[in-house]
Design a protein. Sequence first.
Length: 383
Amino acid sequence: MLPRGGTGLFRCGTPPLAASPCALPLTKAAPRGIGKSAMDLISALEGLVPELEKGLGQASSLEALEALRVDVLGRKGRIAQIMAQLPSLAPAERPAVGQTANSVKERCNALFESRKAALEAGREAEALRRFDPSIPGRAPWRGSLHPTTLVMEEICQIFKGLGFDIASGPEVEIDYYNFEALNMPPEHPARDMQDTLYITDKVLMRTHTSPVQARTMLNRKPPLAVVAPGKVYRRDSDLTHTPMFHQIEGLMVGDGISMAHLRGTLTAFVRAVFGAETQVRFRPSFFPFTEPSAEVDISCCMCGGKGHIGDAPCRVCKTTGWVEILGCGMVDPAVFEAVGYPAEVSGFAFGMGVERVTMLKYGIGDLRMFFENDVRFLGQFAR
């Protein structure tokens, strides 16, 4: 107690010594039951907080902040290293150290979250400061359908407009539908015209989409008009052929169907795809499932049917002015007999390679471009 009326000051050397600035400093008293080793761990844990505050103040990026967090709070961080000494303490001392560690962790996490929020806010503010709303935005990259798919869909839409239905069939086909039902029995020389990929003696990868026509006639009675788009397979691979390609074949059957109907239908189709000025000609040919048969040529899309571009010869039509596009003809009576159709019906059939039509329509000079998946090429067809 201070002397009554005193100033509250003591001279050096006068009691009590603990209040004297000249007295020796006293160590903080340890809690009851806590030894020096435990107090050292508690002090080390408590010392991390001000040290962390200093480090956070110097961290100028989220990356530096994360590195500091891992150093202090990580699985191998400084708190974990201190707590690794816990088993060396007496059981009675461990709760106090554990409570201190939990408290330090909570305070450290709070400091980290606060500093992280400040850095993120600063980064956002800097981004907003540099943002110029008058600059046009970047349009996202747009994908597109493959040009072969685009042309196949266009062809199907044209024939749907002419009254045809869309039909489909299996790509793994049996010999009967691929050959025999189309007037090509096992000994027929026409089979040598197609390099077939056989799975077994009677099962194969279809070489054309004509089997769809046979299957359709077996399941439907005339009159009918269908087109069958799809993939076909042949054992052929070079600069102008691929083992897999796409075909569209068409069939119309009814009473009084003639070559005139065939010519009118195909002329309308060609001009819908290549333009109203396109010229069309029919040349006699041979196919085992049609009689008579014809090849259809169109005036060259590249040179306009002139055979040359300027003074240079046209590489597409080879100076002839004409380009072959499809085969066609009147359905052979043997085919109708194979599917059980009456003798009085008539009809026509045609077939075309979709890749060839696509190359002519878009002026593509190399068949391999369809299979290289080059986005610079495919991106030109984005709608």
